[in-house]
Design a protein. Structure first.
Length: 557
């Protein structure tokens, strides 16, 4: 067997915002809306000493990852507060295939034929009730992950694991039915759950007993759940049996539910909250004037743009899609609405990723060339009403978007105006998020304003491969055999950056030419943090990455 170093090179699969599997990835995103006035009276009392308060837009529903909603909040709670994974993915995927460091497992080995993967577990990790964490927990967790009654949303990642063998108390071996690049990801994905505590409830009853898991909660992560007041707050108390001496540094972390952004900002300014889950560009611009607040920012894992349904006759011609792209002034949108917290995008990959094609230029803003392309495609204003027509059909369509997102609505107002200047009539069709997702996946739209979220494996198969049209996230019914071939090949070679990089470059060139998606911009995620909160290092994996390091310092004179 070959020993691997503790710098675990692999592609990753942490389901932050469920981007690893595309769930919600084309959805509402987190760029927010225009800023309302700040109501300082809503701030409330100052935070309790020794307690870190995070203002959150959403509430927790379930402490069991396998039956919980796939949201950013639940990922943070499961992966960083309550439980441990075998390995911890590192936020270095922008530099190359991301790496892993030890967590519950202190080492791993692949067999010579790579069909078995053996983890050696730490022997000093216990559950919060004092019971040891063992290889039996790892095997039983896998059984729960793949059980049809549990119906975990990420179970497909485990499909090539034939068995998980308990070798001894602290050794567990994964058996695979085939060799593939993401074997380590498949084994590592998902937190390890407490067999002795949760194994008492049959898998068939998991989906209907969310409260039972909270009432029988034992953890091995840095915090445990002390109190939960639905719709108000979640209180996480230090796990005194956490395996790292001196950690976590904070006594408590409180997630205060405050869906109203003006109230969140007031909590932050007053010191009643130490950070909020994200800020809108206009908010961040204003908060930068506050000497007690810092803005941490990083480029999100994905881009925002317009998906064209190429099965619609209006968008079947790629020259027409190119014309529409050339007519949109993306820089003016960023300047007007993002206050510098976004960049013009020319690729489905953000520019800070190692796979990004540095030679790829975004399509320019060129209305004159847009008009020429449309004229060549047979579009003209025959009746002089200011809207192009062809064969008696007006060039008029709707862009579907998620209702309630004021910033996106403002962006679409600008897009409508810019396309009107070349004779294209556009209207908005705001729909509730679940409706948006359902209609998008069933291709019931002409165009859709959306976000393309990426897992850290950086795989675009779910979005652009023809096999993802039915049942995947190829919303625009796009099909190109060459794109299919490159996607298949790049995923087979992703572990070797030197071999994979030219394929990633080629893929982006093909998508730039075909434009099934018109990339508009890549946005920064903006995290305001009060200066008394130290150790916080939000990144594209999670705002809560390294939460055990968080602590409050006294900044009084």
């Amino acid at each position: 067997m070959r020993r691997r170093s503790l710098r675990f090179g692999s592609v990753a699969g942490l389901p932050v915002v469920a981007a690893a599997v595309g769930v919600l990835a084309w959805g509402c995103g987190g760029e927010g809306s225009a800023a309302p006035a700040i109501d300082a009276a809503a701030a409330g009392a100052a935070a309790e000493p020794g307690t870190i308060v995070v203002a959150s837009t959403i509430d927790m529903r379930n402490v069991n990852e396998l039956t919980a909603d796939a949201t950013t909040l639940h990922t943070a709670i499961h992966y960083f507060l309550l439980f441990m994974t075998l390995l911890e993915e590192q936020p270095d995927f922008h530099l190359g295939p991301p790496t892993f460091t030890p967590k519950l497992a202190k080492s791993y080995e692949f067999s010579g034929d790579r069909k078995t993967l053996t983890f050696q577990l730490r022997d000093d990790v216990v559950w919060s009730d004092g019971e040891p964490v063992t290889a039996q927990d790892v095997r039983w967790t896998w059984q729960a992950q793949v059980h049809p009654d549990v119906a975990w949303g990420l179970a497909d990642y485990k499909r090539h694991i034939r068995d998980v063998e308990v070798v001894d108390l602290h050794t567990v071996r994964f058996h695979f039915d085939k060799v593939f690049p993401t074997q380590l990801v498949a084994a590592n994905l998902g937190v390890i759950l407490p067999r002795h505590a949760w194994g008492r409830l049959p898998f068939s009853e998991w989906r209907t007993n969310a409260d039972w898991f909270r009432e029988n909660l034992v953890v091995d992560g840095p915090f445990t759940l002390e109190a939960w007041e639905p719709g108000q707050r979640m209180v996480f108390r230090r796990n005194e049996r956490y395996y790292r001496p001196g950690f976590p540094r904070a006594e408590r972390i409180v997630l205060r539910v405050s869906p109203d952004r003006s109230s969140q900002l007031a909590l932050l300014r007053s010191g009643a909250a130490h950070t909020i889950d994200w800020a809108r560009p206009a908010d961040a611009k204003d908060l930068m004037k506050d000497p007690e607040i810092e803005i941490r920012k990083f480029i999100q894992r994905g881009v925002y743009g317009v998906v064209w349904n190429v099965s619609d006759p209006l968008f079947a011609d790629r020259d027409v899609r190119r014309a529409l792209t050339l007519a949109i002034d993306r820089q003016s949108i960023i300047d007007s609405l993002y206050y510098g917290f976004a960049n013009v995008s020319g690729s489905p990959y953000p520019s800070n990723l190692w796979v990004f094609n540095q030679d790829l230029e975004p399509w320019p803003h060129d209305p004159r060339r847009a008009r020429e392309l449309l004229a060549a495609a047979g579009w003209s204003d025959a009746d002089g009403d200011g809207v192009l027509d062809r064969g008696g059909k007006r060039f008029s369509f709707e862009i579907m978007t998620v209702a309630g997102n004021e910033l996106r609505q403002d962006i679409l107002v600008m897009v409508q105006d810019q396309l009107a200047r070349i004779g294209v009539e556009v209207s908005q069709r705001p729909v509730e998020f679940n409706t948006f997702l359902a209609q998008a996946r069933s291709h019931e739209f002409a165009a859709a304003f959306s976000s393309l979220g990426l897992g850290t494996d950086l795989d675009l198969t779910s979005y652009f491969h023809s096999k993802a049209i039915d049942g995947g996230y190829n919303l625009g019914v796009y099909s190109n055999p060459e794109v299919d071939r490159v996607l298949d090949e790049v995923m087979a070679r992703m572990m070797d950056p030197q071999e994979a990089k030219p394929l990633y470059d080629r893929l982006q060139v093909l998508l730039r030419e075909d434009l099934p998606l018109t990339p508009l911009y890549e946005a920064y995620l903006l995290i305001p943090v009060r200066k008394e909160l130290r150790g916080i290092a939000p990144n594209a994996l999670s705002t809560f990455f390294g939460v055990e390091q968080w602590e409050l310092v006294d900044r009084r004179p």
